[in-house]
Design a protein around this ligand. Structure first.
Ligand SMILES: [Cu+2]
Length: 323
């Protein structure tokens, strides 16, 4: 019974977000009928704050498990923040994850303008970085970190950059994109509630790139943001440089689990030629690609010479969240 009510509350939250903002009816058919607006806080339905919080994807909360993301005043060309700990004091000790103590990801609310940067920690617990906020708009800033002695967390906060805002439409779903002269193709389709392999294949000038350089302890770093609320998914690479089986391209495989159907923007950071490049894709989870007979079938239209399945396909771990 508790599971049912929790799920119902979650569905109501989704219906509120997607229903009021985008009018997507497809999500509503799973939700109980609710009259009027809902503030999107699913915990109101059950009062089970802790359990509901456990279920949330990362990045939706500015404060979680006693830790709070606090932007601090900074010059216009700088972005600065602190993480306040359970005692209210700025946290100064962090574990290294993916080669860094702090990953700062920013994106505009319309999913444009993605940047992934690594601030510097001052002794007083203030993190500073040349501002990654490129232009006017409503931005979401995500701090992805592990406080020493605590669990990995991704906290998110809205930041407004004043000026004339031009909302950019979300690019249409695609399985191929180009960045900095590289072509990156995507194979695989994320499915809600289960782990799905996503393979990104990098080429340049028609030639596969087979000498990707390690970046943040992997041959690629993938973040997914959900349209509508910018839920943050930090997707695990399948394999690491030097593990004896993971090759430096052209294919990089990730294991992704998306929390719901809907549109997501994927951002792949990879390093080659001494520079980091970011390839972006729009994907729709929970909807088979056109011409694909079933969700579990291999995607069609992919490059037949592309990567073989990696065997990491379905780990059957619904409910696993990275937050
Ligand atoms: Cu990072």
């Amino acid at each position: 019974m508790r599971t049912v009510t929790r799920l119902a509350g979650f569905a109501v939250g989704l219906a509120a977000v997607f229903g009021t903002t985008y009018g997507i009816g497809r999500v509503v058919d799973r939700a109980p009928v609710v009259e009027g607006r809902h503030d999107g806080d699913a915990t109101h339905a059950t009062g089970e704050h802790d359990e509901t919080t456990e279920r949330l994807p990362g990045g939706l909360l500015v404060s979680d498990r006693g830790y709070t993301l606090e932007p601090v005043d900074a010059p216009a060309d700088e972005f600065a923040f602190r993480i306040a700990g359970p005692d209210g004091q700025p946290v100064t000790r962090y574990d290294v994850a993916h080669d860094k103590q702090m990953h700062l990801i920013v994106a505009r609310r319309d999913l444009s303008g993605f940047r992934h940067v690594h601030p510097e920690l001052a002794p007083d617990g203030t993190w500073r970085v040349d501002t990654p906020l490129a232009g006017a708009g409503q931005w979401r800033a995500f701090a992805d970190f592990t406080p020493t002695g605590g669990e990995p967390l991704t906290l998110g906060v809205d930041v407004t950059v004043p000026g004339e805002l031009t909302e950019r439409p979300l690019p249409a779903p695609s399985t191929s994109t180009t960045v900095d002269g590289y072509t990156v193709t995507l194979t695989g389709s994320p499915q809600p509630g289960r782990t799905s392999p996503l393979t990104l294949t990098v080429s340049r000038g028609g030639q596969p790139v087979t000498d990707l350089e390690p970046y943040l302890g992997a041959y690629g770093h993938l973040v997914a943001l959900r349209r509508g609320d910018l839920a943050y998914l930090h997707v695990h690479p399948d394999g690491a440089p030097g593990d004896g089986r993971t090759r430096p391209g052209p294919a990089v495989t990730f294991l992704a689990e998306v929390p719901s159907a809907g549109s997501y923007r994927l951002y792949l950071d990879f390093r080659h030629g001494g520079a980091v490049h970011t390839a972006e894709f729009t994907v729709v989870a929970g909807t088979p690609a056109a011409g694909t007979p079933a969700a579990d079938a291999p995607p069609t239209g992919g490059d037949p010479s592309g990567p073989a399945p990696t065997g990491g396909a379905d780990h059957g771990t619904p409910g696993h969240g990275h937050n």
